[in-house]
Design a protein around this ligand. Structure first.
Ligand code: GDP
Length: 314
């Protein structure tokens, strides 16, 4: 992937896609293609193939997906499986038919078995039952990985897969019902401080452990993998450390400057008890995450204050 190569980032308005576009532009790539949903419906196989044949990008980052937090996944499983399967099928198949050079697909740490060994090695995929709250999403993402592998095997394509852990950063979804835990808590603590609320409620027991990767680190890893990784072996992308949800809540409380009480609501689901990725494969290739959790939460909070807090109130 060189400065003059044409690169298509599918899903450029999302958390991951927007970070990949920033990263590519910072690298001096001059021909980064993007399309909004109105311009190109990624679930429409014919439209995607026509687009690839007309524009002929050399590289594709497939960062378009329907994603959401534990409640959204649990409430809209049909939307999660249908949209993700449709996007994967149309983009991956069209990439093959149009003869594109290389594609990077994004899996997720939440598609490993619920009780996978910790830290989770790439070899744990498909070795046990999934976490029920996001099973529909997981099966769609597993199908995407298998599409890449099957096309590689049958057609000799170069479709690779990165497996990011829980992500956060600028451009995240701060909607309280649909968001993942980190942006949801940033917003909840921020609003509680602004409104003088004496208590903030955190879902679940506070004991599950999660690993959080800043999306700029993920974008860096995706570009690194596009350049340095070949073949059908999936590659975990994470920091190698995790925190409890209670620990995360304490950190966010501190960053936001909230002085009230934190309470847990065990009637809300905890989800999977732990999902820390084994990042040995990527480290051995020479890549490690750089942005620490406190630093990343602080900069994301600044982004929220500048971009999202006004929108969140209205
Ligand atoms: P998960 O990693 O797929 O389980 O997705 P989430 O990021 O949505 O949730 C992670 C953990 O944070 C779960 O144990 C949730 O119960 C817990 N959690 C605590 N408060 C919140 C909240 O306000 N929103 C979300 N989404 N999760 C929360």
């Amino acid at each position: 992937m060189n400065a003059g190569d044409r690169v298509f980032v599918a899903g450029h308005r999302g958390l991951v896609g927007s970070a990949i576009v920033r990263r590519l532009e910072a690298e001096g790539l001059r021909d980064v293609l993007v399309r909004t949903r109105d311009e190109l419906d990624l679930t429409d196989r014919g439209a995607v193939l026509d687009f690839f044949l007309a524009e002929r990008p050399a590289h594709v980052f497939l960062a378009a997906a329907r994603v959401g937090g534990i409640l959204a996944n649990d409430t809209y499983p049909a939307d999660f499986i249908r949209e993700n399967l449709a996007i994967e099928l149309s983009v991956i198949d069209a990439a093959h038919r149009a003869g594109l050079e290389k594609l990077l697909f994004l899996g997720s740490s939440c598609i490993y078995p619920r009780l996978a060994p910790q830290p989770i090695p790439e070899t744990a995929l498909l070795t046990g039952p999934l976490e029920p709250t996001n099973e529909a999403y997981a099966i769609a993402k597993i199908a995407g990985i298998e599409l890449c592998r099957a096309y590689n095997r049958q057609h000799g394509t170069r479709f690779i897969t990165a497996m990011p852990t829980n992500l956060y950063g600028p451009g995240d979804n701060f909607d309280l019902e649909r968001a993942h835990v980190l942006p949801a808590l940033l917003r909840r603590f921020h609003e509680a401080r602004a409104g003088g609320d004496p208590v903030v409620t955190v879902w679940g027991t506070g004991t599950p452990r999660r690993e959080f990767l800043h999306v700029d680190d993920l974008a860096d890893a995706c570009v690194f993998l596009m350049r340095n990784h070949e073949g059908s072996d999936i590659v975990n992308v994470g920091t190698g450390t995790d925190v409890t949800i209670a620990g995360l809540a304490a950190l966010i409380r501190d960053v936001v400057g909230y002085e009230g009480e934190v309470r847990f609501d065990p009637s809300r689901p905890d989800g999977t008890p732990r999902k820390l990725l084994d990042v040995g494969r990527l480290r051995a290739m020479g890549w490690s995450a750089r942005i620490g959790l406190r630093e990343g939460v602080e900069s994301t909070y600044r982004w929220f204050l500048e971009h999202a807090s006004a929108a969140a109130r209205s």
